[in-house]
Design a binder for this molecule. Structure first.
Ligand code: B12
Ligand code: SF4
Length: 498
């Protein structure tokens, strides 16, 4: 009897991260239920097409995980090839993109099932039904086809993560990722769900604003054990908002200190939560190895923050966060969203000025500016449609969504050109300031000469005849985006952002 489940993670844009945690999380309960699992991550398997075709020869089903964007193209190609080679093999799509667009994702004939939301229990139930030759009718949390019709089964309530097994890390080839990354990394999620409801974010759609977290002892024991077993240098915590439970966050840090953990770690957080911690608390985080935090600060205009439904994010907290983390020696990246519906040029200038001031006072802060991207399922789609944004109508069309780049009808022509210049001046100013503190007097003098007029421009919002940018382009390498997870540089060309 066929029992093997093949799970595939298509290639994505940007530098490869560690093993895809979603597939390791899905594999674990399948293995417990007696289904062997083959995990194939395109990032480390160059000949993955042929490997998938071989592995699916004797498989029960193929599962493909998808985020919005370029992963879709390969998912479609691979699913088509598998359908041709093994016509009877059920093909299941899961992950954020299919969950947010289940009906669209099910349209093509090579997708049989979409698993919506958390997948561990749903996939085990699917595997059991398929192995027994039973229908998938009534399996909660999935959408499927029946006589050419799309059927959405009832929602599956979000499972308490403490009742789920540890992801199957033994299936990950840590050596292969280390060769790509230059260090040994562990991707680990201590929680799912964020209590906030920012209008551009789909976390609330997936997890209904409920913070669902492992207990601190479980995190400490598992991470310390895994770090020892796989000789880990760095742990990337993938939680949407790690310190929602501040006491738990600190208990985890203290646990790492007690165990004399030697790895460093990174998280994503919101500034209001960090500001609930004392300086001594933040110092404890740093002592336990926390070296980078990504913050979704997004804008320094209270008006835009209100439009984003982000009232928990206060400008004063951004300054306080920068100060607290600098004192503790933690590097931070502030994400910025530009071009949000309703944002005016005055809002944008305010954001650049406030962020420049933060950077002037605190050398530990870097920025990751992005043009607002209308991802599927975000709560402001009705408003976006009214404002003329065209919503992609099929799985294929979402593949062409240019991630982090401009598709906004209200950001075109002169307006876009001005935004690009402002952004470039802002980034250059920060980069020059950082570099000036590191270099010898001659280069420092050159950079200061370049920095003064740029700061004047930002203060006066004068961006015409940008000679400093021409000089800088010839001499500097401008880092325009950084990863919120690691702070690592993502792109160097402004064209890639705008
Ligand atoms: C890590 C991460 C990435 C990594 C993933 C690679 C890796 N090796 O881990 C990378 C760098 C690729 C990435 C990229 C992007 N990401 Co990202 N990323 C995340 C993050 C922080 C964690 C994901 C994770 O591993 N979670 C833990 C696992 C256990 O949960 P999970 O992935 O959701 O998987 C569960 C279910 O989804 C489901 N499931 C998943 N796959 C499958 C497959 C099958 C067959 C089944 C049955 C079920 C199933 O079951 C799993 C277990 O419950 C999430 C935020 C978050 N907190 O989840 C954002 C998130 C998923 N990313 C997001 C975004 C916006 C992006 C980018 C578009 C950013 C950009 N501008 O470039 C890109 C898109 C891809 C690309 N660039 O090509 C959005 C969602 C976007 C979307 N609509 O798809 C999220 C939710 C962040 C947010 N709140 O906005 N990302
Ligand atoms: S705080 Fe972050 S994770 Fe939470 S809803 Fe807002 S953007 Fe999403």
């Amino acid at each position: 009897m066929k029992k093997k489940v093949v799970l595939f993670y298509p290639p994505y844009d940007g530098p490869p991260l560690g093993a895809p945690l979603c597939l390791l999380s899905l594999a674990s309960p399948l293995l417990e239920a007696g289904f062997p699992v083959s995990v194939i991550d395109a990032a480390i398997r160059p000949g993955y097409d042929e490997l998938i075709l071989r592995e699916t020869q004797d498989a029960l089903c193929l599962g493909i995980s998808l985020l919005t964007g370029p992963m879709i193209r390969t998912a479609i190609r691979v699913a088509r090839r598998v359908r041709e080679a093994h016509p009877g093999l059920p093909i299941i799509f899961g992950g954020w993109h299919p969950s947010l667009t289940p009906a669209q994702t099910l349209q093509p004939d090579f997708v049989d099932v979409v698993v919506r939301g958390q997948g561990e229990l749903t996939l085990v139930e699917i595997a059991r039904r398929l192995a027994d030759g039973r229908s998938l009718e009534g399996v909660r949390g999935l959408s499927r086809k029946e006589n050419g019709r799309i059927v959405h089964e009832a929602e599956r309530p979000v499972e308490n993560v403490n009742s789920l097994p540890t992801p199957a890390y033994h299936l990950a080839d840590f050596d292969a990722y280390a060769r790509l990354r230059g260090r040994r990394e562990l991707a680990y999620a201590t929680s799912v769900g964020c209590p906030y409801a920012c209008h551009y974010c789909t976390d609330q759609v997936f997890y209904q604003r409920r913070f669902n977290a492992y207990r601190a002892e479980r995190v400490v024991n598992e991470v310390v054990e895994l770090a020892g077993r796989y000789r880990i240098d760095e742990v990337a915590f993938l939680d949407s908002n790690f310190p929602v439970d501040v006491k738990r966050a600190l208990a985890i840090a203290r646990g790492f200190i007690e165990h004399q953990a030697r790895f460093r770690w990174t998280v994503q957080a919101s500034t209001d939560l960090l500001c609930r911690m004392s300086d001594a608390d933040v110092q404890t985080l740093a002592e336990s190895g926390l070296y980078h935090i990504g913050f979704g600060t997004e804008s320094a205009s209270p008006g835009v923050l209100a439009l984003m439904n982000k009232r928990h994010q206060r400008v004063a907290d951004m300054f306080a966060t920068a100060e607290k983390t600098e004192k503790a020696g933690i590097h931070v990246t502030f994400n910025i969203i530009l071009g949000y519906p309703g944002e005016t040029e005055a809002d944008r200038l305010q954001t650049f000025r406030v962020m420049s001031e933060i950077a002037r006072r605190h050398a530990n802060v870097s920025f990751s500016p992005n043009i607002f991207t209308p991802y599927p399922g975000i709560p402001i789609w009705p408003q976006l449609r009214e404002m003329g944004v065209r919503e992609p109508q099929s799985l294929e069309e979402w593949n062409d969504l240019p991630l982090g780049k401009n598709v906004l009808p209200w950001l075109q022509g002169e307006e876009l050109l001005r935004l690009r210049r402002m952004l470039e001046f802002f980034l250059l100013n920060n980069q020059i300031r950082k570099a000036a503190s590191r270099h010898r007097w001659l280069r420092r003098g050159f950079r200061c000469a370049l920095g003064a007029p740029i700061r004047w421009r930002l203060r006066r919002s004068r961006f015409d005849f940008p000679w400093e940018l021409w000089v800088a382009r010839a001499t500097e390498r401008l880092v325009t985006r950084r990863s919120l997870l690691t702070g690592q540089a993502l792109s160097h060309s402004l064209e890639e952002v705008c």
